[in-house]
Ligand binder design. Structure first.
Ligand code: URA
Length: 235
């Protein structure tokens, strides 16, 4: 990789900004001052800019707590997107959500530029489990629990893979924990719709064994820890 390219990736600045920085004599490579923007870096270069050591991450992985009213897309003509919420901190990255939540839904959205990982997480064959907390407009019934376990047939005739539903809090009979391995459009709403139940709120709490960090308020995000990433890569 060229030095100016490395700097713009590592610092999230434009190519012309990195060229200026290099020309101003504030960049070193392997301990030597380097003023050539087209300098070709070797394996594992030690690059500093303004005295700080830089690292280029090949990919980024962001855990976002999606608020209501935001669309799960990279760009949208009308609405604010999940990528808009983080974009200013990652100006040189082509981020996208690995799996969608409806505009009204909240919770864990994974943003990344690692297409291979996203593909693996979303591939129907891999069955990565997602966990949701859902508030229904009617109490959960044994008929729903049985139906979800067997595989609900939607109004359009598609039969869903088996899913688990349970009530995590007996004092709130309309609250349901859902474990799902598929990602069909409006799937949970349509599955409960078969039983005449409406969804008042839907929140994703975990993806593949990685839980949404409770310290993140709606709209807040952080990068995944190494352990969390390894969990998703193993799933
Ligand atoms: N199922 C839905 O109906 N909506 C979501 O946002 C996610 C799963």
């Amino acid at each position: 990789m060229r030095l100016d390219q490395y700097l713009s990736k590592a610092m999230g600045i434009s190519r012309s900004q990195s060229r200026k920085l290099i020309a101003s004599g504030q960049v070193t490579v392997d301990g030597q001052l380097c003023k050539a923007a087209d300098f070709q870096l070797g394996e594992n270069p030690q690059v500093t800019a303004q005295g700080k050591a830089l690292v280029v991450k090949e990919f980024v992985y962001i855990m976002l707590h999606k608020p209501q009213g935001i669309v799960s897309a990279s760009r949208d003509k009308r609405d604010k997107t999940v990528v808009d919420l983080v974009a200013k901190d990652f100006p040189r990255r082509e981020l996208f959500p690995a799996g969608r939540l409806d505009k009204t839904s909240t919770g864990f959205v994974l943003l990344t530029d690692d297409g291979a990982l996203a593909h693996r997480l979303l591939a129907p064959k891999r069955h990565v489990t997602k966990e949701y907390l859902v508030e229904l407009d009617t109490p959960l019934t044994p008929e729903m629990i049985r139906g979800f376990e067997e595989g609900v047939t939607l109004a359009d005739g598609q039969t869903m893979q088996p899913a688990q539903v349970s009530n995590p809090d007996p004092s709130r009979p309309c609250l349901v924990r859902v474990l799902l391995r598929q990602g069909v459009y409006h799937q949970i709403k349509r599955m409960f719709g078969v039983y005449g139940a409406g969804v008042n709120a839907l929140h994703r709490t975990a993806i593949g064994g990685v839980a949404l960090d409770p310290a993140l308020e709606p709209g807040q995000w952080r990068e995944l820890t190494r352990e969390e990433l390894e969990k998703l890569q193993r799933d």
